[in-house]
Design a protein around this ligand. Structure first.
Ligand code: NAD
Ligand code: DAU
Length: 341
């Protein structure tokens, strides 16, 4: 299968590209990525010269480029998005453009190319915020509460509309909070790990009692891949780690695993409109796709801490914003970029 992966140079995208290339020897991957602040071409240096991999720098809102690439693909795995809630609170413009318009642009390209399969990677945040009990599932009503989650909800609705109206063969997955290698160090886990490695304090929002349901990124990639290959067209699948932690508990675990005390915590003002609790009931994906979140949280957290310890050059360049200059000098963007035929 020839798979077009949008947003492949980001956190989940990079992990998904390596997942597909390792597990499906007959598949080829083309990454379409705009290389925003969150995209990093350096992630693919091990793939230089790999004939099964191609990188194209470009915007998912570019209709002509999307059309050309979709024509050459059997499936699109749409991962590209603006993803950080705090940034969406400061300015939602890029979120609306990329997440809403970008998704529609790709759907239009798929519609014009008949049978191209589309899998849309979305988030549990579209369902809003939970109280102290219960969990989101595929039948939960949409109730997005941040500009980020509202833009992702808009994209989900457009994907469903493309299936119902134009028969674009699409599936959607809504996943809980990921963590693992290549995670951009603005999100809580990589931010806290890298701050501690730098000897800096870690900013805990509000009372620290907000809850997230953590899933190791490789388990999410396995779910995306199963949904793409075995999911029922028109269906949604929810993925979650069955691993809820309050931010305070998560913080204590990171501090303990890295050998620091609670004096490194810096309580800071809460995020406006901060969703209290997310949790996913992944029964449908377990039952229908034979999927499960295989990685125990502590195992995944230790592997993640190890990855950041082993890759200081990566996160230091990413954190300082200097990686673009570095890899263009070091590898030359054309080293792994081939133009669209
Ligand atoms: P990320 O921010 O690490 O990466 C996003 C990637 O998209 C980057 O490589 C960026 O350059 C690219 N991109 C942004 N705008 C683009 C555009 N206009 N055209 C082309 N490429 C563009 O994000 P992530 O954490 O890897 O999340 C990936 C997807 O998974 C998103 O759709 C997000 O909503 C979803 N998701 C993430 C999580 C999570 O915990 N990280 C959980 C559930 C769902
Ligand atoms: O639930 C899936 C979503 O998870 C994805 O759709 C988003 O793309 C992804 O960014 C993530 O959103 P969150 O807002 O949950 O992730 P973040 O890492 O920003 O925050 C996790 C929790 O940690 C949240 O309750 C806010 C808190 N936090 C976050 C940061 C960055 C802190 O306490 N301090 C921090 O510095």
């Amino acid at each position: 299968m020839r798979i077009l992966v949008t947003g492949g140079a980001g956190f989940i995208g990079t992990n998904y590209v390596y997942f597909v290339l390792a597990r499906h020897p007959n598949d080829d991957v083309t990454v379409l990525d705009a290389l925003t602040y969150a995209g990093n071409l350096e992630n693919f240096k091990q793939l230089e010269g790999n004939p099964r991999f191609r990188f194209v720098k470009g915007d998912v809102c570019d209709a002509a480029l999307a059309e050309g690439l979709v024509k050459q693909a059997d499936a699109v795995v749409h991962i590209a998005a603006e993803t950080h809630v705090d940034r969406s609170i400061q300015d939602a413009t890029a979120f609306v453009r990329t997440n809403v318009l970008g998704t529609q642009t790709l759907l239009d390209a798929c519609r014009r190319n008949g049978s191209v399969r589309f899998h849309h990677v979305s988030t549990d945040e579209v369902y809003g915020s939970l109280g102290s009990t219960g969990a989101f599932s595929e039948t939960s009503p949409y109730d997005p509460r941040s500009p980020y989650s509202a833009s992702k909800a808009g994209a989900d609705h457009l994907v469903r509309a493309a299936w119902h109206t134009h028969r674009v063969p699409a599936t959607i997955s809504n996943c809980s909070n990921n963590y693992g290698p290549y995670h951009f160090p603005e999100k809580i886990i990589p931010l806290f790990i890298t701050n501690l490695l730098e000897g800096k304090k870690i900013p805990l929002y509000g009372d620290g009692m907000n809850v997230r349901d953590w899933i190791y990124v490789e388990d999410h990639c396995a779910g995306i891949d199963l949904a793409l290959r075995h999911g029922r067209i028109g269906e949604t699948y929810c993925f979650g780690g069955r691993s809820e932690r309050s931010n305070a508990e998560l913080t204590r675990l990171i501090l303990f695993e890295m050998g620091f005390g609670s004096d490194m915590i810096e309580p800071v003002t809460d995020r406006p409109g901060h969703d209290r609790r997310y949790a996913i009931d992944p029964s449908k994906a377990e039952r229908e796709l034979g999927w499960s979140a295989a990685t125990p949280f502590l195992h995944g957290l230790r592997a993640t801490i190890q990855w950041f310890k082993a890759n200081p050059d990566w996160w230091k360049r990413v954190k300082s914003g200097a990686y673009r200059d570095y890899y263009e000098k070091q590898y030359g963007v054309r080293g792994v970029t081939r133009p669209v035929a």
